[in-house]
Design a protein around this ligand. Structure first.
Ligand code: FES
Ligand SMILES: [Fe+2]
Length: 332
């Protein structure tokens, strides 16, 4: 992956509500981090005490400071050492490297580069008149292929058989466009999607609009001719080799039905889809990386998103080609 480019992006690492009175460990692009709330402010440091390199995430928060669990050094919100028990040394000049950290949209965002202005992708936020449920997930897999899985419909009659697509023909008119930071693919459905989820929740969806924004935001909008029904998004976090975080958001139009009830109805289906996808992504990653890493992939024009993803996320990959035309999926 193009690590220098990816280090200059912002990532939503955890829901704000999770960051309370304990430091929490996370990884981003292979780098161990500790997140903490100090005096109400979300902060992010290298997860490494400068004294003897113990993880600060194993420490605790004391009076608005992060305290290392080994010899008790304390760090303020800027990462500076502000107390050394015993008072023998003048280590107050020491500090743990701090990273840019912001809260937005109910998430704690981090950027590993010091000088990148905070600019979350517009698609991350709820469309006007919508309300949002957030969930953090974890999976083992290849970063690029996990995003491909989220955006690509061709696996749905097999991996999500019965849930998203049942038996029968499903035709879609595809049109695609890309820009410097992402791409979108619009599917105009010839037939209504026929899985259980659609039988329960689909009020005449005719368009699925799937988009990706660098470095990891994938979202799908579900539209009828007159309305925007749902937006489902996942911000993929490149934690470490083979380890992916998912900051999942489901946006519902505001209605008389309380958000808690919508969540209760919808959540089991989303969880089930995620479990099905996570299983195949893990199997793919382990098999590829252990036995077939040197063998190239074989793609067809039906693989709509992979070349765009490679261009955006790898160094020196050629620009993706926008596709358009008729795609037909057959459920067995
Ligand atoms: S290792 Fe952290 S205070 Fe000593
Ligand atoms: Fe899927």
């Amino acid at each position: 992956m193009n690590i220098p480019k990816m280090k200059r992006a912002w990532y939503p690492l955890m829901p704000s509500a999770k960051l309370k009175n304990k430091p929490l460990a996370r990884k981003l692009l292979g780098q161990p981090l500790v997140l903490a709330r100090l005096g109400g402010q979300a902060v992010c440091f290298d997860d490494c005490c400068p004294h003897r390199h113990v993880p600060l995430s194993a420490g605790k928060i004391v009076s608005g400071r992060l305290q290392c669990g080994y010899h008790g050094w304390q760090f303020d919100a800027s990462g500076k050492v502000c107390a050394v028990p015993g008072g023998m040394c003048a280590c107050e000049a020491a500090a743990v490297p701090a990273h840019a950290c912001r809260e937005h949209g109910g998430w704690v965002w981090v950027c590993l580069a010091p000088d990148v202005p905070f600019a979350p992708p517009a698609d991350f936020d709820a469309p006007p008149g919508f309300e949002t449920v957030n969930a953090a997930k974890q999976m083992e897999g290849d970063f690029i292929h996990a995003i491909e899985n989220f955006l690509d419909p061709t696996h749905t009659p097999y991996v999500h058989r019965g849930l998203l697509r049942g038996a029968g023909r499903q035709s879609m008119a595809v049109s695609q466009s890309h820009h410097a930071h992402g791409f979108s693919t619009r599917y105009r459905l010839g037939e209504r999607q026929n899985g259980l989820i659609n039988r329960l929740f689909d009020k005449g969806i005719t368009i699925n609009d799937a988009a990706f924004t660098f470095p990891g935001l994938a979202r799908i909008d579900y539209l009828t001719p007159n309305s925007h029904e749902y937006r489902i998004s996942a911000f993929f976090i490149p934690q470490d080799k083979g380890q992916i975080g998912l900051s999942v958001r489901v946006h519902f139009p505001k209605s008389r039905l309380p958000l808690a009830v919508k969540t209760l109805l919808f959540r089991p289906f989303i969880e089930c889809l995620l479990v099905q996808d996570a299983a195949v992504i893990q199997r793919q990653y382990r098999h590829h990386s252990r036995y077939f890493a040197s063998r190239p992939y074989c793609s067809t024009p039906n693989d709509l998103v992979i070349d765009h993803l490679l261009h955006l996320l790898l160094e020196n990959a050629p620009e993706g080609v926008d596709k358009s035309g008729e795609m037909v999926l057959y459920g067995e």
